[in-house]
Design a protein around this ligand. Sequence first.
Ligand SMILES: Nc1ncnc2c1ncn2[C@@H]1O[C@H](COP(=O)(O)OP(=O)(O)O)[C@@H](O)[C@H]1O
Ligand SMILES: [Mg+2]
Length: 253
Amino acid sequence: MMESASLPSTPPLIACENLVAGYTRDIDILRDVSVRAWSGSISCVVGPNGTGKSTLLKALFGFLKPSAGRVLLRDVDITGNPPFRMLGLGLAYLPQRPSLFPHLSVESNLKLGLWHARPKKTVLTEKLEHVYERFPVVREKRAQPAGQLSGGQQRQVEIARSLMADPSVYLIDEPTAGVDPQTSETIYDIVRDLARELGKAVLLVDQDIRAALAITDYVYVVKNGTVFSEGARADFGADTDALVARWLYASGE
Ligand SMILES: Nc1ncnc2c1ncn2[C@@H]1O[C@H](COP(=O)(O)OP(=O)(O)O)[C@@H](O)[C@H]1O
Ligand SMILES: [Mg+2]
């Protein structure tokens, strides 16, 4: 799809260019992927199961070392930094699978969101208060073992934990997988506010195309390890069904 008036005119905060990555030396899962995300907006990567969406986020965050291509943050090459460095650079990664320590209290989990920064106690207390103000449910449950919370509540704790470090970029993998529809709505509202209210650049990977597109500004359709269609959300038109059909057709399902 061509450049459009609805695209941000500013440079992207985070981008990857022609990324190639995989889990073994001989098989590339990502064969040539270029995506971008802008401060204050949401870019969404959709595509069939097993196409490499989670792999893309892992490669961006440094869990996988790309064999070619670049990851750029504010136009600075950060390719291949390990995850703890990516955290320090202002990236947050919310994996598809639950990532809390289930036996630790909610508050202990939140504190771990800042472990890499070795904060002073006063700073830690201040940050905790900040996220508790934003997430009343998290405050309410702060003394409970995280594993006792519902799936949706645990998602909120994960987002609250990431906010402790005040990142500028969010890499989010299927935030509502296995969550009931009503809770999903809450989670998507939170993701939307990360961009709209807090100005984060969000790169969202999702299978729930309809729900994700409702909050997305820019769409990438990934297939067979590469981007085969992209455009501003507005350019795909109001007819989400057409996009879904096109995606299904193109994926050969
Ligand atoms: N840890 C891993 N080791 C080896 N292969 C993997 C691993 N994780 C995923 N894969 C493979 O990489 C491909 C893409 O997976 P993934 O990125 O999880 O897809 P998606 O998130 O789009 O469903 C799949 O073929 C999958 O089997
Ligand atoms: Mg996945």
